[in-house]
Design a binder for this molecule. Structure first.
Ligand code: GDP
Ligand code: MG
Length: 173
């Protein structure tokens, strides 16, 4: 099985840092806002081997045609915001709406990454409650991640794979 995971979110929230931490197990300090990358890797989730194609996106200043191309490709999405940025929290709400419109669905595999959780709590602007409210509204999960400390990095990618598998499985009654 191959799953296409698209990492979406505002500029500077840590999309590239999360991808690089997951794939290469290192933290990047430098910031290249225009850089988009694609990675392919093999992994095992819940004992089942799969290929992941991970698309690290850029160009979020324009929620236009570029985003739609990314969205069309995705089997599942990591929606990343930074806990110290109110605008980035708004961005994921806009992106969520765009995903549902492009996919013509009311539910699709997504996971919210509340990134930069390592920052001092005094810098946390978005509360856990605000994230929990979005999760119940969208019927999705979230993870408090840090690309810096590697907290919940593997878990986020594993969980989106599970979510894609669940969505693909025939409905149970
Ligand atoms: P992108 O535009 O979403 O791809 O953002 P980047 O991955 O390039 O990260 C933007 C900046 O935030 C860089 O300077 C990173 O080092 C920093 N950064 C990314 N993730 C984290 C994190 O989890 N914690 C902290 N403290 N900094 C982070
Ligand atoms: Mg980037």
């Amino acid at each position: 099985m191959e799953y296409k995971i698209v990492v979406l979110g505002g500029g500077g929230v840590g999309k590239s840092a999360l991808c690089i931490q997951y794939i290469m197990k290192k933290f990047i300090e430098e910031y290249e806002p225009t850089q988009a990358d694609q990675y392919r890797m093999q992994t095992t989730v819940d004992g089942e081997s799969c290929y992941l194609e991970i698309l690290d996106t850029a160009g979020q200043e324009d929620f236009g045609a570029i985003q739609d191309q990314y969205v069309e490709k995705g089997d599942g999405f990591l929606l990343v915001f930074a806990v110290d940025s109110e605008p980035s929290f708004k961005d994921i709400q806009q992106l969520h709406d765009r995903i549902m419109t492009v996919k013509e669905q009311s539910h699709f595999p997504i996971l919210i990454c509340a990134n930069k959780d390592d920052l001092d709590t005094s810098q946390h602007i978005i509360s856990k409650q605000q994230v929990a409210d979005l999760c119940s509204k969208w019927n999705c999960q979230s993870k408090e991640t840090s690309a810096k400390t590697r907290q919940n990095v593997d878990e986020s990618f594993q969980e989106i794979v599970r979510e894609i598998r669940r969505q693909a499985a025939p409905a149970q009654d």
